[in-house]
Design a protein around this ligand. Sequence first.
Ligand SMILES: Nc1ncnc2c1ncn2[C@@H]1O[C@H](COP(=O)(O)OP(=O)(O)OP(=O)(O)O)[C@@H](O)[C@H]1O
Ligand SMILES: [Mg+2]
Length: 242
Amino acid sequence: EIFSMGKFDLGAESKFDALRPSIKARLLEVLGLAPNASVWAMTGCRGGVNEGIWFVKAHGRPELVLKLVKITRIATNIPTEAENFARLYKEHPAAFSDPLLALPFKAFRCSGRPGAKENDLFVIRKSAGERLAEWLASKLHQQQFDVVLRMMWDLGARLSEYHSRYSHLQHGDFTLSNIFFDESRNQFAFIDLGGMGIPTLDGDVEHFSKSLALLEKKHGQPRVAEWDRAFRQGYAHGTGNT
Ligand SMILES: Nc1ncnc2c1ncn2[C@@H]1O[C@H](COP(=O)(O)OP(=O)(O)OP(=O)(O)O)[C@@H](O)[C@H]1O
Ligand SMILES: [Mg+2]
């Protein structure tokens, strides 16, 4: 099974915290990892809406990301992230083993004694490379403009393939912060997929263009327009433009 949902009992704890010894021990057990695996909390920009991000590394096993989220809905007609993953798994099971997508392989509803905070926890394989936001900043600092243009084209092509592979479901928040890039293998990974397929006002292409436009102040409109053109050309060249 490539995606499963379960419960995680907080025991005496009032909230999920992967660093709490009792929680950590049980977490490693349910993940089938050695008790001496390393668990550490993410510091720095760990995103705006999650309730916590941790990393897990056990000897000889791939590095994992734990993402804790609220279970309250934004609106009654919008599914929670967990419900959305469950629906996606039914409709597109192959997406869960697609290396382009950082979808969780486990989801846990965390709850404990009355009054304890309920959250959903997602276990995701860590994507290789770094966030495109940081990668881009360092390439621009080194004035590697050609490399940036090529990446934008490739990114457009990957997005287009993704759209055609999954019946044009949109990522939902396709920005530089929600894409990982492993330059050594020229490989992308789309992260933050809790809203995948949920209708939004603008599609992924428009949303990404808008996120690029925010960089005009710093890098100038002509240069950013060039990136946008490369991205859209890559997209048009991919297979999703039907
Ligand atoms: N699969 C992954 N591989 C590596 N790092 C990850 C992965 N998933 C999440 N992260 C790290 O955790 C951070 C927050 O994750 P994510 O973007 O899913 O959360 P978020 O709170 O929804 O963020 P946002 O503010 O974009 O809504 C990411 O910026 C990234 O640094
Ligand atoms: Mg994010």
